[in-house]
Design a protein around this ligand. Structure first.
Ligand code: ATR
Length: 282
């Protein structure tokens, strides 16, 4: 008899829709890694107990998704630099001494997907829509890629301003200009032309909506990237295409790339993501 597989899972609420089990099963098969990867549904009040039980019973690693990423950052014994900067954890890994390491691979996943798609950040004028947890996870790596300008716009302008200030203060090596504002204020920032790259990171897509953006924010030469994804085009991708945008992408590629980063952290093996990008993930 062979040894039981090492156990991993994704934990969230809701979780039934998660494609992570499929992605990790494909990585494991291709890399010849003997592991099992499940879904765990955990209401917020049950999160910590379920995580402790999982690791106490021999679990090796968890992916953490909405709404638990901040709670996971509080629960981890130690955080990687990028998880600390994001204030959120999407990957927990049990260490040889039994402690829990918290990492955040979302930003690396986005950057890997942008690179795969040939979308440049260096020297680009970049706009991020939304100032919640999703934005917090990607701002550090976006800064490090040295955009010419990095603007965070949000319904609640103060939240965007606070986030921009936070990252401006904690990432001094960054060459870009960081700015936070409300959606209306974008009108005065596009006098010189539309943004080169517009990344949508609000939760509005779940309601089939897009943020109310002034004219001129996006143009046919802009690239639109939605962190969300769906079976068909997301509302933001449809909105961008209706404004003449030729290049509009959604975040399934980022999901695959962040999963690869987590897999690497857990297994020390970097999976080849190319076959998955070519596959229709149900
Ligand atoms: P998460 O941590 O999952 O990103 P969040 O912190 O609640 O969730 O952030 C959700 C993002 O979507 C925020 O940018 C939020 O804007 P506010 O900060 O102004 O709340 C945005 N969002 C959610 N519902 C929205 C709505 N109806 N209109 C505009 N923006 C909305």
């Amino acid at each position: 008899m062979s040894a039981p597989p090492d156990r991993y899972a994704v934990i969230g609420h809701p979780i039934a829709h998660s494609r992570s089990p499929r992605i990790h099963a494909a990585f494991a098969a291709a890399a010849g890694q003997h592991l099992a990867y499940d879904r765990i549904d955990a209401a917020p009040e049950a999160f910590e107990g379920i995580v402790r039980d999982f690791f106490d019973s021999g679990g090796c690693g968890l992916n953490v998704t909405l709404p638990h990423k901040e709670a996971a950052a509080r629960l981890a014994d130690r955080l990687t630099g990028r998880a600390r900067l994001a204030g959120a954890v999407n990957t927990l890994a049990r260490q040889p001494d039994g402690t829990l390491l918290g990492d955040n691979t979302d930003g690396a996943g986005l950057m890997a997907d942008l690179a795969r798609l040939g979308i440049a950040v260096r020297g680009a004028r970049v706009l991020v829509l939304g100032a919640g947890g999703a934005t917090r996870g990607i701002l550090g790596p976006l800064f490090e890629a040295q955009p010419a300008q990095l603007v965070v716009a949000n319904r609640t302008a103060a939240r965007a301003q606070a986030l921009a200030a936070d990252f401006g203060a904690t990432a001094p090596a960054v060459g870009g200009i960081v700015h936070g504002c409300g959606y209306d204020a974008l009108a005065s920032l596009v006098a010189a032309g539309p943004f080169d790259l517009v990344i949508h990171a609000t939760s509005l897509g779940l309601q089939g909506e897009v943020p109310p953006l002034p004219q001129g924010v996006i143009g046919s030469a802009s690239v639109a990237y939605d962190l969300g994804y769906g079976a068909g085009d997301t509302p933001f991708v449809r909105w961008a295409r209706a404004r003449g945008v030729i290049r509009a992408e959604q975040g399934l590629g980022m999901l695959i790339e962040q999963a690869a980063e987590s897999f690497f952290l857990w297994r020390g093996v970097r999976p080849d993501t190319a076959p998955l990008h070519r596959t229709e993930l149900p």
